[in-house]
Ligand binder design. Structure first.
Ligand code: ATP
Ligand code: MG
Length: 201
């Protein structure tokens, strides 16, 4: 690179740094944040559990409720059950199915899982509560959106909440402070690659 280009690059980076530094200076509020990770791409639940492990690294307590129990236990949950006593974990009792034959049974399971979530949202010892796949409980009307939003709003002020799942209702988007939509650009499954332990569950 010639000297002129190097100089203008350095000047550009300095201006960028000034903008970033001013932004960091402005952001002084410390409080609990609601993060919503939605969209059709892969990476929602793994992001939520990645953040949970991040909190544990700082010695914080966390809770997690899984609103859809897969047929196979996911590796992150197996690991935290074996190695993470600081995590309060609850899984919904029945495997929710898309073509459910028994709405009453699924509704009871959703209510029971929500009771565990509500308990965690009232527990000031928990720095972080993960509500994995919660979006579907609202989308299919197993849980009332207004009650869910009210309980999340009433949580201890320092507590973070991460909600995952596709098709988040507008009430959840409105509630959340940070919303990321993960877009499905491509997925190995479409090329015939099966879901594999350690990557997909
Ligand atoms: P992950 O748990 O890997 O972070 P996710 O939470 O974003 O995924 P879900 O909709 O909960 O996605 O589905 C979980 C499972 O479905 C995972 O095995 C994942 O690899 C797979 N999956 C996610 N997105 C897609 C997709 N767009 N096409 C096919 N399979 C997908
Ligand atoms: Mg998921």
């Amino acid at each position: 690179m010639d000297e002129d280009k190097k100089r203008s690059h350095n000047e550009r980076m300095q201006r960028k740094k000034a903008v970033v530094d001013a932004g960091i200076e402005r952001a002084q509020i410390e409080r609990g944040v609601v993060v919503l990770i939605t969209g059709n791409g892969k990476g929602k639940s793994t992001s939520a559990f990645g953040t949970l492990y991040r909190a544990l690294g700082h010695g914080q307590r966390a809770g997690a409720v899984q609103f859809i129990k897969g047929t196979q236990a996911s590796g992150e949950v197996i690991y935290l059950q074996q190695h993470a006593p600081l995590v309060d974990y609850h899984a919904m009792a029945t495997g929710f199915t898309w073509n459910t034959q028994d709405w009453d049974q699924d509704k009871a399971a959703a209510d029971e899982a929500w009771a565990a979530a509500a308990r965690m949202l009232a527990d000031a010892r928990l720095h972080l509560v993960v509500l994995d796949e919660l979006t579907y409980m609202l989308k299919y009307n197993y849980l009332d959106a207004a009650s869910v939003v009210a309980a999340i709003r009433a949580r201890p002020s320092h507590q973070h909440v991460i909600i995952t799942g596709r098709a988040a209702k507008p009430e959840l988007v409105e509630l959340a402070d940070t919303v990321s939509e993960i877009r499905d650009v491509k997925h190995a499954f479409s090329a015939g690659v099966k879901g594999q332990a350690g990557l997909d569950f």
